[in-house]
Design a protein around this ligand. Structure first.
Ligand code: DGT
Ligand code: CA
Ligand code: CA
Length: 477
């Protein structure tokens, strides 16, 4: 039932006819072509199931969502930093690059006596198994099943080791080649010129030894960052403090858990200048979508709130369902009263790509439309996105003067990093939005910022890095 496209009835048929007990069983049956002939299945559904399983299995088989490991990483870093002799403890690997999922956790510690630190780390109370232990490295499996690699290095190698273990592997290889071209040897212990160490204490030192400025970890994917660094053309990446507002949040009126006043107060307390209250529209019945009457009442409540607020504006918005034919779920006279109209797909996921793309473009044809939310609909490790031609959608948005969202929920991160970069390249601005369903949910925005940085976005590429008056001008079509 966790597989997208399967309901209870079909799950039962799979179990009764094919003896499917697990997701892995289903993957095997579908790959063997045994699913298509079952009643109410067919070849198209078998293919969709296979696609869906491909998106699910890698996460099921070991990769974990970034947010799900953060607490563990924080605890282990505190544990490490309190061990005798440890002067630094830092996370590296895909975790530090802020990838949306991580295969394992890589930690780096600086200490003069590696063996003592290795022994103490392996003896952590959450250790289930020790896979490897020496004087410079330990690999353990935690009780949660998560693997942790720890490397212990001396102070003078800290920068070189941090570069090396942050990766990516492809980034490292490119760096090493740059070094080779200068007659230097670059490894995890330092940078060497004919056996003499010339750098390694800090990351900046290592990059400088190959004539590069410091490259932020989120960019280290061998996607042109070294060339950009060489040309002194690295982007000035967006930071959390660049954001002046949040353009997507929910209240108790639809499927949120906090009251309107509390959401607005929490957004103001974060230091924002504005926040868009964007509850669901009526078609999203599972999310208690608002009727036109209820939305109208909410708009009046927001007006009253704003009367009492200084230096902050609650924006009138809605997350409006884009219906199957591309029409919007609220009438234009109601949409015209909103500051921000967000369109989203919550139904009819299974349309062919051309139809899905047209559906969205048609929705954007409405001059009241502003932002296309979570553009692919994927849920990381749970379901792939619907079939859609995102390039066409992005070009369509640019032509029409609308925008795409980078939904910051760690289960979505939608747009992904690669599509953020495509958007930037074509001059299309992206809204980084929390999609908060409670006051605490506003803090998820930082995952969106991480992803935006991986997508090379600067403050200027982000819609909500602007004050309301600037934003208003951008939204006007
Ligand atoms: P993951 O764990 O699959 O999410 O991805 P990473 O990037 O954390 O990969 P991991 O844990 O295997 O290794 C951590 C870093 O160590 C990696 O980003 C770069 C470095 N590294 C590992 N193996 C090699 C290698 O064979 N060559 C080079 N140059 N670097 C490597
Ligand atoms: Ca790793
Ligand atoms: Ca590792």
């Amino acid at each position: 039932m966790t597989v997208h496209g399967l309901g209870p009835r079909r799950a039962k048929v799979l179990h009764d006819r094919l003896g499917v007990e697990t997701v892995e069983d289903l993957a095997r049956a579908a790959a063997a072509g045994n699913v298509r002939s079952l009643p109410r299945f067919g070849e198209a559904l078998e293919k969709r199931l296979l696609d869906s399983l491909q998106a699910t299995l890698p996460a099921g088989q070991g990769r974990r969502r970034l947010d799900s490991v953060e607490e563990t990483v924080d605890e282990l870093l505190v544990f490490l930093s309190r061990l005798p002799g440890v002067t630094r403890a830092e996370a590296a690997g895909s975790y530090r690059r802020r990838c949306e999922t991580v295969g394992d956790i890589d930690l780096l510690a600086v200490a003069p006596n590696g063996q003592a630190v290795a022994d103490a780390f392996a003896a952590h109370e959450d250790t289930a198994r020790v896979l490897e232990k020496g004087s410079t490295r330990v690999t353990i499996i935690l009780r949660s099943g998560l693997q942790v690699d720890l490397r212990i290095v001396p102070e003078e190698s800290y920068g070189a080791a941090l570069v090396y273990f942050t990766g990516s592997k492809e980034h490292n290889i490119t760096l090493r080649k740059l070094g080779q071209a200068k007659g230097l040897k670059v490894n995890e212990y330092g940078v060497y010129n004919e056996g003499r160490r010339i750098a390694g204490r800090t990351e900046a030192e290592v990059y400088a030894s190959v004539d590069l400025p410091f490259i932020p970890p989120e960019l280290r994917e061998a996607r042109g960052e070294i060339e950009a660094a060489k040309a002194n053309a690295l982007p000035q990446l967006v930071t959390l403090s660049d954001l002046k507002g949040d353009l997507h949040l929910h209240t108790r009126a639809s499927d949120g858990r906090s009251r309107l006043e509390d959401m607005v107060e929490a957004a103001r307390a974060r230091g924002y200048a504005h926040a868009a209250v964007s509850d669901h529209s009526r078609h999203a019945t599972a999310a208690h979508g608002l009727t036109p009457e209820r939305l109208s009442a909410q708009l009046e409540a927001i007006d009253r709130l704003n009367d009492d607020l200084k230096d902050f504006r609650a924006l009138k918005a809605a997350e409006v369902d884009i219906l199957a034919d591309g029409s919007l779920d609220f009438p234009d006279d109601l949409l015209a009263r909103l500051d921000v109209v967000i369109g989203a797909i919550h139904s009819d996921f299974d349309l062919p790509a051309t139809v899905q793309t047209q559906r969205v473009l048609r929705a954007m044809d409405d001059p009241l439309f502003h932002i296309f939310a979570h553009p692919t609909g994927r849920l990381i490790g749970e379901r792939p996105g619907y079939q859609i031609d995102l390039d066409k959608v992005m070009k369509g948005a640019l032509d029409r003067g609308c925008f795409l969202e980078l939904n910051a929920l760690p289960s979505r991160l939608d747009l992904d990093d690669v599509h953020c970069r495509t958007a930037k390249a074509m001059g299309l601005k992206v809204a980084i939005s929390s999609d908060a369903h409670s006051t605490l949910g506003l803090a998820n925005i930082r995952y969106g910022v991480d992803q935006a940085r991986r997508g090379w976005l600067g403050s200027e590429d982000v819609l909500n890095s602007r004050s309301w008056s600037e934003l208003k001008a951008l939204l006007a079509r």
